[in-house]
Design a protein around this ligand. Structure first.
Ligand SMILES: O=C(O)C(=O)C[C@]1(C(=O)O)C=C[C@@H](O)C=C1
Length: 255
């Protein structure tokens, strides 16, 4: 090939460089916009910049427009990393991760969602995650959704303390690289943080029938008392004695 012959590979690489530069410049521009957001959001009031409802809208839009060769999970991971990094830029936080029997999968789940700028702290049991979030100003927690755990860790949620804020995976798909079911917990995030699905603790002696819309996330029975962590669309209590423990945006249907 002499100098006059166009080289298609060079042309394509030039195109890739143009796209990479545009993406990098846009990310830097995003950083400048976040600087303006910090000034108006007053995150210092709650200690956390995390807004799970907003993130759910953003992830849904990514999933809706996604097409082509790039796997959706890669786009999801890139944006989760961008969003978590900018959350951390606004107000530094640690992600407390339950690392019991599925420690490696939980570590993957955490890194998939927050990248590497957010520090992780591992805890052997879910109760320790809840304690660590309670003792912090704006830390988040990640607890694996085990249907029959050793103890009712959710008893420590609710009130002014940590609550359920998000459910993972949010964009489930066959072969997804971070598909361990888990709940994200945080201390209350202030007004305006409504959720599509509410989460409750329901105690009964074994014969309470919950409606068909109620999903049992986990349950423990001790001394004849059944203690179930349940989720229900909307905000209405699933049973008269149900205790509110937060809520989350409805994850997408599996692709
Ligand atoms: O929209 C906000 O409130 C933001 O703080 C911005 C942003 C983002 O980077 O897009 C970061 C954190 C929130 O969880 C949601 C979104």
């Amino acid at each position: 090939m002499n100098d006059a012959t166009p080289d298609p590979l060079t042309d394509i690489r030039r195109e890739i460089d143009r796209i990479d530069e545009a993406m990098h410049r846009l990310l830097m521009e995003r950083g400048a916009v976040i600087d303006r957001l910090i000034a108006i959001k007053r995150t210092s009031q709650t200690g956390s910049a995390f807004r799970p409802g907003r993130e759910a809208d953003m992830m849904r839009r990514i999933a809706d427009r996604h097409e082509g060769r790039l796997p959706l999970a890669t786009a999801e991971h890139l944006w989760r990393t961008i969003i978590a990094t900018f959350t951390h830029v606004q107000a530094p936080f640690t992600l407390h991760v339950e690392q019991g029997p599925e420690a490696l999968a939980m570590h993957d789940l955490a890194r998939f969602h927050v990248g590497f700028d957010v520090p992780l702290e591992g805890h052997a049991i879910p109760g320790r995650v809840v304690e660590a979030v309670r003792a912090s100003t704006g830390d988040l927690g990640l607890v694996r959704l085990e249907p029959q755990p050793a103890g009712a860790w959710w008893d420590a949620l609710g009130g002014e303390g940590p609550q359920v804020m998000a459910r993972l995976p949010f964009l489930p798909a066959e072969g997804h690289p971070a598909s361990t079911p888990a709940l994200v917990i945080a201390r209350p995030l202030g007004p305006g943080s409504t959720s599509e699905v509410s989460v409750w603790a329901v105690h009964d002696d074994g014969d309470l029938h919950l409606g068909s819309k109620v999903e049992i996330l986990a349950g423990v029975t001790r001394n004849g008392v059944r203690n179930r962590l349940v989720a229900v669309p909307g905000a209405e209590a699933p049973a008269p004695n149900a205790l509110p423990l937060g809520g989350y945006a409805q994850p997408a249907a599996a692709r």
